[in-house]
Design a protein around this ligand. Structure first.
Ligand code: AMP
Length: 453
């Protein structure tokens, strides 16, 4: 049959494919965007971006549904901000010395002469939206979540893309370390629902504006002493923001950074107490963790708590999610003085290790013979769909044998037969493709049979 386009077949068959298998289809080298060898198009997609094909989309939907269901249990509500923001938002929020702002932003001047940026992360957008809409004046808790694309012009590799997707969670107005612990526990609840095992939780405190300057002095002194051994980028960071040396991916820089003083030895009384509280609450919640004093995270705004959940199954880009507290952002943005904490989870990375149950969706294939039956079929299909049954009608003039061949290739659960005879009687045939059993009945009776099956 000429109309059996392989892509379509693939899409229909996805109903019975297990999710990890589907997610694996996305695992290709960074430059290799197509799963079909030798496929050539006149204009191919941008490097570091990916198409989510129909056979993969089910896993994405299930991840999104699990995230929504989990967060809503903890009192979070969705807040959707635009993909595009004023560049200044990230310069101020994400930080002038972060790798994201200095090297990775998709920034351009729009037709109105404004510098705009495709968001590289979500947190500054939420802070902006709260201030702009005065959400802090409302009675409801300020707990927000969001899922969507982020953009960073980084070197694409496995687990690192230029357009990637994050599940983002933010809490405002809670300064208690219990809020950080609850966030980490919530992240674990979601990972558990997704069947992700074998993770490790790293926690740290990066201090605040009282104690961090003292630490930065000591860190800068240590980094200056080893300056010659650092990469050119890190040599610059020694003066601009030595904390960012911990983000460097160059092996030698990591070795050198491992010898630098630990921020935990420099925490002020308040930060030390907050960190001890965090560890205590994590114990209460039964979350195992490892204190990692070099976990500073790539953004400039963190205060006190930072954390990451990593997976041994991921390779070099092993962080499934990361976050922390950012108590100064709101007032730095000229808004109310509200403490805040949150995390972002990489959806591509989570999907590559998730064990989602297979999609059990069943559908009915409508086989019609001739124009009159096609018209009746259109109406019948509408009836089944309105009653919640997925129904596929392909508008090709096929004989009954071809219809059955096609339905079986697509792995349809049932075939509904509409021919001249059936039309005259107002009764139709329904074949259960798994058992081979065929019954006859009115559309109402057949609907009942489908529902029972
Ligand atoms: P960040 O916003 O840098 O704290 O990252 C939070 C999470 O987003 C990370 O733990 C990753 O899972 C994911 N992530 C960050 N950057 C990328 C990227 N370029 N490609 C894919 N996932 C990413």
């Amino acid at each position: 049959m000429t109309d059996d386009a392989p892509a379509k077949k693939e899409a229909r068959r996805s109903h019975s494919r297990s999710a990890p298998e589907a997610a694996n289809l996305g695992k290709k080298g960074p430059a290799e965007r197509s799963s079909v060898p030798g496929a050539r198009v006149a204009v191919s997609g941008i490097k570091g971006t990916k198409d989510v094909l129909p056979e993969e989309a089910g896993s994405w939907q299930r991840l999104e549904a699990a995230a929504r269901a989990t967060f809503e249990l903890y009192g979070y509500r969705e807040l959707r901000a635009p993909v595009i923001e004023p560049t200044e938002l990230f310069e101020k929020g994400t930080g002038q010395t972060s790798d994201i702002v200095t090297k990775e932003m998709y920034t351009f001047v729009d037709k109105g002469g404004r510098s705009v940026t495709l968001r590289p992360e979500y947190t500054p957008s939420v802070a902006r939206a709260i201030i702009e809409h005065r959400l802090d004046l409302r009675a409801e808790p300020m707990r927000y979540y969001y899922m969507g694309p982020m953009f960073r012009y980084d070197k694409p590799q496995k687990g690192r893309y230029r357009q990637f997707h994050q599940v983002d969670v933010e809490v405002f107005g809670e300064k208690d370390a219990a809020a950080d612990a609850e966030l980490i526990e919530m992240a674990h609840t979601l990972l558990g629902r997704l069947g992700i095992l074998g993770t490790e939780t790293l926690v740290n405190s990066v201090g605040d504006r009282t104690c961090r300057p003292v630490y930065l002095k000591a860190l800068r002194a240590a980094a200056r002493a080893k300056q010659a051994e650092l990469c050119p980028d890190c040599r610059r960071k020694v003066e601009t923001n030595p904390l960012r040396i911990f983000d460097c991916k160059v092996e030698r820089c990591r070795e050198v950074a491992a010898t630098f003083p630990s921020i935990l030895d420099f925490l002020c009384q308040e930060c030390r107490a907050h960190f001890q509280d965090l560890l205590g609450y994590l114990d209460v919640l039964g979350i195992a963790y490892r204190v990692e004093p070099r976990l500073v995270r790539g953004l400039d705004y963190y205060t006190k708590t930072t954390f990451e959940v990593v997976s041994g199954a991921l390779g070099a880009q092993n962080a499934l999610l990361g976050g922390g507290r950012y108590d100064d952002m709101m007032k730095d943005f000229g808004g109310p003085d509200l403490p805040a904490t949150g995390f972002a989870m990489g959806m591509e990375r989570v999907l590559s290790v998730a064990a989602l149950p297979a999609d059990q969706k069943k559908f009915l294939y409508l086989a019609y013979l001739g124009e009159e039956a096609k018209r009746a079929g259109l109406e019948l299909a509408r009836f089944f769909r309105q009653n919640g049954v997925e129904c596929l009608v392909e508008f090709k003039d096929r004989g009954m044998k071809a219809h059955f061949g096609r339905a079986s290739k697509l792995e349809a659960a049932w075939v509904l037969i509409v021919g001249g005879d059936e039309l005259r009687k107002g009764r139709f045939g329904l074949k259960d493709m798994a058992t081979g059993r065929q019954v006859e009945g009115t559309r109402g009776e057949l609907l009942a049979a489908v529902r029972a099956g």
